[in-house]
Ligand binder design. Structure first.
Ligand SMILES: *Cc1c(COP(=O)(O)O)cnc(C)c1O
Length: 407
């Protein structure tokens, strides 16, 4: 034992084990960089018991436990709030966890929630689970018919979800009309604002109460981290959400915060690049004989294009195409598999282009797809345009279309 390095003083004052735990390092005092420091911590150390016991006493007790906040998570929260025009941010371990925080914080048994029928699939699953297990009623509205939605509001309706554009089918709702109806009945509104990254659509300027972001997507930009955020402007609403988050024990790691923080300085220029590229590819696809319709909010064929023009300052990289009805599901699957530069996979917001085929019937309430009057609507393919050169992406789409859907 006496030969163990642990038994030799490692410094004049302490044994090795003590130095391993308390190295008393002074790394570059006065060093400052653009990257906020990554503060890992479960234990937060108080200077004395009075500080430990002083619950919620502003400045001195702001940091209490690593689960709830560290300077690193706080840097990310403030940065996100600045970008989206919010006052408060709560970080969650995924975009879906951000959605579930809203449900858990705002609803109790007997409450009613209205959800657009084109909502992000796991949001729908979450609502249906709440309905089954916790006695919440979840009803679906047509995102393109705000008047019909308004007529569905009941005295026990507590929350109206919005998503703009809707998942997969890309309809852009008239958010002004939905918010006006919700406000008239004192109902809270929450929007899944992931597609715009909080840059191209400003929910708080529109009177929406809560914005949810899947930071997994554009904010991270690296396809390598999962995180979500719930943003608000209202202090009382934030406190309610924050209390639920603490009770649930939901938190995020400082290292993941660091990864998302790295993505934020380039977020607006990345989005602009995705926007340019996606519009170019969408315009090209629109001319193709195999394609019945391009569902890109910036193009007139997309339901809600007028709302997009009124409410958005740009479009991001995700859109969908509908192939002509004569192509079978198998042919459209083959088209997606013939793509060389588009990977097959969930999630988006990174540098790599992606493609996923969807059979929309079965994802929506019966009778809502395809919309009335869409004559030649077959299978749908969702495309995410990454940061590759669009000339290569278009050449890839051309070869795949010609190889699999040739007349
Ligand atoms: C990806 C996504 C989510 C969920 O994000 P995760 O971090 O993958 O849980 C929520 N809403 C939308 C619109 C998304 O695209």
């Amino acid at each position: 034992m006496s030969d163990s390095p642990s038994d030799k003083p490692a410094s004049p004052a302490h044994y090795l084990q003590t130095v391993a735990v308390q190295p008393e390092l002074e790394i570059a005092p006065g060093f400052a960089s653009f990257s906020p420091a990554t503060h890992r911590g479960s234990t937060v150390v108080f200077r004395n018991l009075a500080e430990l016991r002083a619950h919620g006493d502003g400045a001195t007790t702001y940091w209490r436990y690593g689960l709830h906040a560290t300077p690193t998570s706080e840097a990310l929260c403030q940065h996100l709030a600045l970008l989206e025009g919010a006052r408060h941010t709560l970080l969650q371990p995924s975009g879906l966890a951000a959605i579930s925080l809203v449900y858990f914080a705002l609803l109790k048994s007997g409450d009613d929630v209205l959800v657009p029928h084109n909502v992000y699939g796991p949001n729908r699953d979450h609502g249906e689970w709440l309905a089954r297990e916790f006695g919440v009623t979840v009803r679906y509205y047509d995102p393109m018919d705000a008047a019909a939605m308004a007529a569905m509001i009941r005295p026990n309706t507590r929350l109206i979800w919005m998503e703009s554009p809707g998942s997969v089918t890309m309809e852009v709702p008239d958010s002004d009309a939905i918010v006006a109806a919700a406000r008239a009945h004192g109902v809270l509104t929450a929007i899944d604002n992931t597609w715009s990254a909080g840059i191209y659509f400003r929910p708080f300027d529109k009177g929406i109460d809560i914005s949810v972001q899947a930071l997994t997507k554009y904010q991270s930009g690296g396809s390598d981290v999962l995180m979500g955020a719930v943003l608000t402007c209202d202090d009382a609403l934030h406190d309610r959400l924050k209390r639920t988050r603490m009770l649930m024990g939901w938190g995020v790691s400082a290292d993941d915060c660091h990864l998302v923080l790295r993505g934020l300085p380039s977020l607006p220029v990345r989005l602009a690049a995705h926007d340019r590229a996606a519009r170019e590819v969408a315009e090209w696809l629109r001319q193709r004989p195999e394609v019945a319709r391009v569902l890109h909010p910036a193009l007139p064929d997309c339901p809600g294009h007028a709302s997009w023009r009124r409410d958005f300052t740009g479009a991001s990289g995700l859109f969908a195409i509908i192939l002509r009805a004569r192509y079978t599901r198998q042919q459209v699957d083959a088209l997606v598999e013939a793509l060389q530069l588009f990977a097959i996979g969930w999630s988006w917001g990174g540098a790599h282009s992606l493609a996923v085929p969807y059979h929309v019937q079965g994802m929506r309430p019966a009778g809502t797809w395809p919309p009335a009057g869409w004559q030649d609507a077959g299978e749908l393919v969702r495309l995410y345009i990454g940061l590759e050169d669009t000339r290569d992406l278009i050449a890839d789409l051309r070869q795949a279309l010609e190889a699999t859907l040739a007349a």
